[in-house]
Design a protein around this ligand. Structure first.
Ligand code: NAI
Ligand code: MG
Length: 496
């Protein structure tokens, strides 16, 4: 069996693929292994899916190589764009189903999951548009030579994605890799394989030639490691933890020096100045940390509030956070569902415990919610010092710290004091403060008077240990292209 009938509370019955999508077909893994997919809302088993091992990765790589050297190479840039537009249309057609699968498997609120799928549609259309706009250059060096510089696809790409935005990370990766003419093996996270497999069905329906897109489910240490160390994968792109990012780079270095891009963790500062519109700031600070249950690489987990409004801000932020509706992700008012897994739940609870033991004050939350499912109350700590673990390390849950500051200089120093540099935000009504503080923060994205406002046209990625390379926008195309210089000696035979 490579599919099963499942039911979601929002959309009813649907056919869920459970095999590995290799060379245009759903197949079982060579070793016949499967693993269980868990519903984080009630800890029940949703279904089992095939698990890819090294051998399956190898078969997928061969299919991707054959497609890259064969049929896909002959497809015109315009037609590559058409395939991607078609895929975007199919995502739009099946938006509700895709979102419901995401909610079932990941636990994110259904309303938010629909937002994710909408962003997938935009991302796929956007990269479809780029397919026939990848251009080279002519460079004049001297009278006797004609030089042109051409952009070429890298080849077979491996992409390893996480569980926090299973479908959106899929689209962010698939869009640029295909627009630029590469072929791909994409591995979903073991916690959330379902939406990527449903999307594989849409890849097939969109009519991509076999082998161009291969989608596998499996574990990081097995299938993920097989991708990063494979001798015939030309490039690996990864989103996930900094720890694993380092392992991927090492594996790439000690195998075939495949190109590497990494989108890793963060511990982003969210800074509120005295002159900020306080209602607006509270809304964005709340959204900045509690959106997607805090499971965002760019989560605004370190909140810094200037001393003049600190007391007022804290009183109202606490009230606001405690009103976030936490519960059944299919509930119409729900803002926050369960954390993705038992492992993540335990990790977050141990950070909360550690915060309490190191003397920080729990302003609100700090406990599990209910006794089934991985729900955690929105949690705010105050009375923290900069060196505490809860201020330095990525918690990846609905937990933030709030600190008081006096001057811009002091807060920029604190803002830049972690090993990460993914995102930051500044809330102020003074344009100079906004620009000067944004310039001084070491982060790949800085939001002013907002938070988490990602857009498919805007590059996203990290400074420092938050990563290498940029996703989204024109910038992401570079990850999947290489530059060829052709230099033609003319010799001045005709005109001397
Ligand atoms: P992870 O980094 O282990 O998982 C992300 C992806 O990497 C998954 O597809 C996984 O199968 C794969 N992977 C794991 N080990 C691998 C290996 N040795 N070689 C190749 N691929 C491998 O993240 P995990 O353990 O699920 O979460 C741990 C922490 O990572 C979270 O608490 C959070 O702090 C951070 N994280 C950050 C994300 C981001 O968006 N930047 C996303 C997910 C997790
Ligand atoms: Mg799950």
């Amino acid at each position: 069996m490579t599919s099963t009938t499942l039911k979601t509370p929002a959309t009813g019955d649907y056919e869920q693929p459970t095999g590995l999508f290799i060379n245009g077909e759903f197949v079982k893994g060579v070793e016949g292994k499967t693993f269980e997919v868990i519903n984080p809302s009630d800890e029940s088993v949703i279904c089992s899916v095939s698990e890819a091992t090294e051998k399956d990765v190898d078969i997928a790589v061969k299919a991707a190589r054959a497609a890259f050297e064969g049929e896909w190479r002959k497809v015109t840039p315009e037609d590559r764009g058409k395939y991607l537009h078609k895929l975007a249309d199919l995502f739009e057609r099946d938006l509700e189903t895709l979102a419901a699968i995401e909610t079932l498997d990941n636990g994110k609120a259904f309303s938010m999951a629909k937002g994710d799928v909408g962003m997938c549609v935009s991302t796929l259309h956007y990269y479809a548009g780029w397919a026939d706009k990848i251009e080279g250059k002519v460079i004049d060096t001297n009278h006797e030579t004609f030089n042109y510089v051409k952009k070429e696809p890298i080849g077979v790409c491996g992409q390893i994605i996480p569980w926090n935005f299973p479908l959106l990370m899929w689209a962010w990766k698939i869009g640029p890799v295909l627009a630029t003419g590469n072929t791909v093996i994409i591995k979903s996270a073991e916690q959330t394989p379902l939406s990527a497999l449903y999307a594989a069905k849409l890849v097939k329906e969109a009519g991509f030639p076999n082998g161009v897109v291969n989608i596998i489910s499996g574990f990081g240490k097995v299938a993920g490691a097989a991708i990063s160390s494979h001798m015939d994968i030309d490039k690996v792109a990864f989103t996930g933890s900094t720890v694993v990012g380092r392992q991927i780079m090492k594996a790439a270095a000690s195998s075939n020096l495949k190109k590497v891009t990494l989108e890793l963790g963060g511990k982003s500062p969210n800074i509120v100045f005295d002159d900020a519109d306080i209602d607006n700031a509270i809304s964005w600070v709340n959204f900045g940390i509690f959106f997607n249950h805090g499971q965002c690489c760019c989560a605004g987990s370190r909140v810094y509030v200037q001393e003049g409004i600190y007391d007022k801000f804290m009183a109202r932020f606490k009230e606001r956070a405690s009103k976030n509706v936490v519960g059944d992700p299919f509930g119409s008012d729900t803002f926050q569902g369960p954390q993705v897994s038992q492992v993540q739940f335990d990790r977050i609870m141990s950070y909360i415990e550690h915060g309490k033991q190191s003397g920080a004050t729990v302003e609100t939350g700090g406990k599990r919610k209910g006794d089934k499912g991985f729900f955690i109350e929105p949690t705010i700590f105050s009375g923290v010092s900069e060196d505490m673990k809860i201020v330095q390390e990525e918690i990846f849950g609905p937990v933030c710290s709030v600190s008081k500051f006096k001057t811009a200089e002091e807060v920029v120093k604190a803002g830049n004091s972690t090993t990460y540099g993914l995102a930051a935000a500044v809330h102020t009504s003074n344009i100079n403060t906004a620009i000067e503080v944004s310039n001084a923060l070491k982060a790949g994205t800085v939001w002013v008077n907002s938070y988490n406002m990602l857009h498919h046209q805007l590059p996203f990625g990290g400074y420092k240990e938050s990563g290498i390379g940029r996703e989204l926008g024109e910038a992401a195309l570079e990850n999947y292209l290489q530059t060829k210089t052709v230099s033609i000696r003319l010799g001045n035979a005709l005109f001397g």
